[in-house]
Design a protein around this ligand. Structure first.
Ligand code: SAH
Length: 375
């Protein structure tokens, strides 16, 4: 592990400037930056709470200004929207953090039929969406045959739209079939890049190595790939976060999804504290500087954590929002965490409010499919 160093405000700023110019830091440098911002450091000892807060606020501001500069250089003031369809909350996995884990017997399970999925996308198309994200648990009913059938129908009905999938881990052959059927993008968060921490969050049968293999396979097939992690998940340290950033620096995904961990009352992590807004937006800004072209959502979890979460995310460099297109009747059943926002501007039906919300902070919601800019 990197050695612990004392750091001054000016050095923290230098690290941010280095990241801005070179789009990469060493693991030790990421850790130093995170420790300076979120750790308890010896150099804080002789400072008052107020002085510390002021410094941290100044650091945030400088970081966010640079993140916005790069966000604007590549994307202008455009914010892309993706319509999210939560296809099934059946899941064979047992992730300790997740509300729809296999062993949560209090969930009312549902799965949408193909017709229902198509209906959601039809409504989404009319509302202006040109990317559909189909997400769900790892549900045995949705075999690759059945998913391919849905993908093919969507592809022929909406040749101008991007189709994004988020259904967890599959063999490479299945991913290839999804791709050949017409899917373009795949979201699979790595959750944490540290083996030991991975085993704090997941039962033994789930392995980080497998996750990484899936992500590599998806990339090799030609998907635009999204990885990512939860911020403030139980057992997470700043060193783990530095490792997450290093992993993403290697993988070079096209999208990165991060959001605060939020506890769910019917999981083993019911009593664990939520992740923080400050840490999430700080990391969003770092991710923007690591890759100015990255597609970076201000997630539902961030919007759930705080009223202004989504705006704060955008102002830290995020450029994607994923409103909910699922049928109203099932929205309250796809609960990964407590109090999940799914109405108001979180809902696809709240697009007008969303536009206004974004305009108020100087951004414009656009409806093109917003692929990863290759150059
Ligand atoms: N089954 C799919 C979709 C998972 S849900 C898959 O495995 O990829 C999408 C993301 O929600 C997960 O990757 C996880 O990072 C996040 N998530 C799950 N439970 C959460 C919680 N309690 N708080 C915050 N985010 C959570």
């Amino acid at each position: 592990m990197p050695t612990y160093k004392r750091m001054k405000f000016e050095q923290a700023i230098q690290l941010i400037e280095k990241l801005e110019q070179q789009h990469r830091l060493t693991e030790a440098e990421y850790l130093q930056l995170l420790q300076y911002r979120f750790g308890t450091l010896p150099e804080w000892d002789d400072k008052s709470e107020e002085e510390i807060e002021t410094k941290r606020h100044q650091l945030d501001e400088q970081l966010f200004v640079l993140a916005r500069k790069h966000q604007q250089q590549v994307f202008g003031n455009r914010i892309y929207v993706r319509g999210l369809v939560e296809v099934t909350n059946y899941c064979k996995n047992n992730c300790y953090y997740c509300g729809i884990r296999r062993e949560n017997h209090r969930v009312e399970r549902y799965r949408l039929t193909k017709e229902e999925i198509l209906e959601c996308c039809k409504e989404g198309y009319q509302l202006g969406f040109r990317t559909f994200v189909l997400q769900g648990g790892e549900d045995g009913y949705y075999t690759d045959d059945r998913l391919c059938d849905v993908i093919r129908d969507l592809r022929s009905k909406y040749p101008d739209c991007a189709i994004t999938l988020s259904f967890g881990e599959w063999e490479k052959e299945s991913y290839q079939r999804f791709f050949d059927a017409g899917a373009n993008r795949y979201l699979l968060r790595h959750e944490t890049a540290d083996e030991e921490h991975y085993s704090v969050l997941h039962p033994r049968e789930q392995e980080l190595a497998k996750r990484k293999e899936c992500l590599q396979n998806l990339k090799d097939i030609g998907f635009q790939v999204g990885a990512g992690f939860m911020v403030g998940s139980p057992g997470q340290t700043l060193a783990h976060l530095a490792k997450d950033l290093m992993y993403l620096q290697e993988l070079q995904p096209h999208m990165v999804g991060i959001g605060p961990f939020l506890s769910h009352g019917d999981t083993p992590f019911a009593k664990e504290p939520n992740g923080s807004l400050e840490q999430t937006v700080f990391l969003l800004a770092i991710l923007r500087l690591m890759n100015p072209r990255i597609l970076l959502p201000a997630t539902t979890a961030l919007a759930t954590l705080s009223q202004s979460g989504r705006e704060r995310g955008i102002l830290a460099g995020a450029n994607v929002i994923m409103p909910n297109l699922s049928p109203m009747a099932v929205r309250k059943k796809y609960l990964l965490y407590d109090n999940k926002a799914c109405t108001g501007t979180e809902a696809a039906q709240g697009m007008e409010d969303l536009r206004r919300q974004m305009q108020a902070i100087g951004y414009e919601v656009v409806t093109d499919r917003g692929d990863y800019p290759e150059s």
